[in-house]
Design a protein around this ligand. Structure first.
Ligand code: HPA
Ligand code: ZN
Length: 337
């Protein structure tokens, strides 16, 4: 019997980071956008990163191929099809509207394509999915406020706001006003913090932005007081192990703080971040940590359960997914007993 993949929620994935080089080439040809190569393998060869910025430079440049509603639909649906294979039952998906606005693409085009893909995913792939609008921290607080105002006509098409892009030098304190406004609009709030920035960035995200989850957050392990706060409040961390290795936030997977974060009792979840760039989707990330740290089925079930607990789903839906995790665990234990 093959019990397949763990049912999981993916809570940290940038839809722009799911642009595989095959689709990149298709869209470049469709829209007459020049690329350094039209060979998907050769393009992937260029993905050798030394830090977050070295990744962001290529990631933003590639997004010039996204021009039409159809392009955003194709991007969204391709992720959902792959995510379904990875066991994803719930996806809370980041997107970066400021990048597309800078490329001359109206918000209506971005929302139109992505929302249509999510509807298709819900109806035909059985994945519950919603969007989280991310502000680019390198563009500052005033630009973030402008973006939120521009997105108000689309409030029914996203459930929260996030904060991504270059971390160091752009602390959460720059974004207090826009996060307060998002809260007043009834939106969920999350932020990347503690990926390259220190534990002080995680403190700020909690204290000044009121975030409900921390994206990455791995450097929290350096600050025992912060670890205690995250544990006491059960603030989820959306940890992306293959991303952390690729961007050298950790020297090796074996040196990753995941086991220490779990041992400290934190609500740790696993996600893929930018799977087209970092060598794997959420199933690959789960398999990598299972193998590297010798996690047993009970520990894997904890990661799967945490993902649903940390999601923004209603409690009744969380319970339904948690029951599916238990069922998967039982099937697995029967198989290996
Ligand atoms: N960190 C910050 N910004 C990002 C990332 C990330 O891992 N991926 C896409 N934008
Ligand atoms: Zn990210």
């Amino acid at each position: 019997m093959n019990v397949g993949t763990w049912p999981v929620a993916e809570l940290h994935v940038h839809i722009e980071g799911t642009l595989e080089t095959e689709l990149l080439v298709t869209l470049a040809r469709r829209n007459n956008v020049p690329l350094p190569s039209y060979d998907p393998d050769a393009l992937r060869e260029l993905y050798r990163f030394t830090d977050l910025q070295s990744f962001l430079d290529i990631y933003y440049a590639n997004l010039a191929v996204l021009r039409t509603e159809e392009d955003f639909y194709d991007l969204g649906l391709a992720y959902l099809v792959r995510a379904a294979r990875a066991g994803v039952r719930r996806a809370e998906i980041f997107f970066d509207p400021q990048t597309h606005l800078a490329n001359g693409i109206p918000l209506a085009v971005v929302f139109g394509g992505l929302t249509r893909a999510l509807t298709e995913g819900r109806e035909n792939l059985g994945i519950s999915a919603d969007l989280i609008l991310c502000f680019l921290r390198h563009l500052g607080g005033a630009a973030a406020l402008e973006t939120l105002d521009a997105a108000i006509p689309f409030l029914d098409q996203f459930i929260g706001v996030g904060l991504d892009s270059a971390e160091v030098g752009f602390p959460p304190s720059l974004f207090t006003e826009v996060f307060a406004k998002a809260q007043a609009l009834g939106l969920h709030r999350v932020a990347h913090a503690g990926e390259e920035g220190g534990p002080d960035y995680v403190h700020e995200a909690l204290d000044l932005l009121g975030v409900e989850r921390v994206d990455h957050g791995i450097r929290a392990i350096e600050d025992p007081d912060l670890v205690q706060i995250l544990r006491d409040r059960q603030i989820p961390l959306t940890v992306c192990p293959l991303s952390n290795v690729c961007l050298q936030a950790t020297p090796t997977l074996g040196a990753h703080p995941l086991p220490a974060l779990l041992a400290a009792g934190l609500l740790v979840t696993i996600s893929s971040d930018d799977p087209a760039y970092f060598g794997g989707y959420v199933d690959d990330n789960l398999a990598a940590v299972e193998h590297e740290f010798g996690l047993d089925p009970h520990e894997m079930a904890t990661l799967a359960r945490n993902s649903f607990r940390a999601s923004f789903l209603p409690e009744a839906e969380k319970r339904r997914h948690l029951a599916a995790v238990d069922e998967h665990l039982e099937g697995l234990l029967r198989l290996i007993s």
